[in-house]
Ligand binder design. Structure first.
Ligand code: AMP
Length: 288
């Protein structure tokens, strides 16, 4: 056991044995355990998940792992911000343990298993990042099986990811409760993201309007406009802001992410967007 417990700092486990030893000790004292999976570069969005899940479980593990398998070769894996010391400081007094394995520990020589889902993984992000959700599902399954928490929490910021994980946990009978946490936003409504640090000041200004267009588009559909007209207008407005490419702006069934065949919502709906500005790809969503 090599946990750093010498100060008030949050101890860090680097491998499964140390993680499981800590969790076993908590289990022995009758505590419940929550897991907050992250890729680090922590911001208020991540910390809100820690705070929320702390109200539901006695002990909180935050994992920090920039998972290579959910990035495509052309994506920002090597540029992704890595700020472990600052992350650990932000978690002081909030988390009981940081689980920060390295890639060789997660994917040792000979690793051969991938969890891939059909259906909910296919539209939206699945169209633009075809290997992404297999990477996410596999790493989340591994993190859950390593920590064996009672609860794992994910942000609604990555709405499709939350639906994918709920599906996987149900399909594979993984005994964990999946909780969703609300999207934390900056003062102008921009959804907080570790990738926002890539934005130039001009891009940051435009990015802050994305949520406004989402809200307007959702409101126009709620007041009776057909989805295709509303999203076509919304797409034009997003490009007019200076976004370089709109991957999608869609209104879908909130759980299955299926399209509405008669161009109007007939069940609880969600508006979802992905758009690129400069080198940054932003995603956001909200209820309709
Ligand atoms: P990431 O580090 O980007 O993989 O995110 C880790 C977790 O934090 C995921 O469950 C995200 O959905 C969640 N998250 C990221 N940004 C936000 C936000 N602005 N509000 C709430 N949760 C978030």
């Amino acid at each position: 056991m090599s946990l750093d417990t010498t100060s008030h700092k949050v101890p860090v486990a680097r491998n499964t044995a140390d993680l499981r030893a800590a969790v076993a000790a908590w289990r022995a004292e009758g505590s419940t355990v929550a897991l907050v999976p992250t890729m680090g570069a922590l911001h208020e969005g991540h910390l809100s998940l820690v705070d929320l899940v702390r109200t539901k479980a006695d002990r909180v593990v935050v994992s920090i792992f920039v998972n290579p398998t959910q990035f495509a070769p052309h994506e920002d894996f090597s540029a992704y911000p890595r700020t472990e010391a600052a992350d650990a400081a932000k978690l002081e007094g909030k988390a009981d343990l940081i689980f920060a394995p390295d890639a060789a520990d997660m994917y040792p020589e000979g690793f051969s298993t991938t969890i891939s889902l059909t259906g909910v993984t296919e539209p939206l992000e699945g169209q633009f990042r075809p290997t992404h959700f297999a990477g996410v599902a596999t790493v989340v399954a591994k993190l859950i099986l390593r920590a064996m928490p009672d609860i794992a929490i994910f942000g609604e910021k990555d709405w499709q990811q939350l639906m994918v994980i709920r599906r996987m946990v149900a399909d594979l009978d993984i005994p964990v409760e999946i909780l969703g946490g609300p999207i934390m936003r900056e003062a102008d409504g921009l959804a907080m993201s570790s990738r926002n640090v890539y934005l130039t000041p001009a891009e940051r200004k435009a990015a802050g309007k994305l949520n406004v267009i989402l809200k307007e588009t959702a409101a126009s559909v709620s007041s009776g406009r057909i989805i295709s007209d509303a999203t076509r207008d919304g797409a034009e407005k997003i490009l007019a802001l200076g976004f370089d490419k709109l991957d999608y702006l869609e209104i879908r069934d909130a759980a299955s992410l299926a399209a509405f065949p008669d161009d109007r919502p007939t069940s609880p709906a969600r508006i979802l967007v992905a758009a690129k500005i400069g080198r940054t790809r932003l995603i956001d969503n909200m209820p309709v």
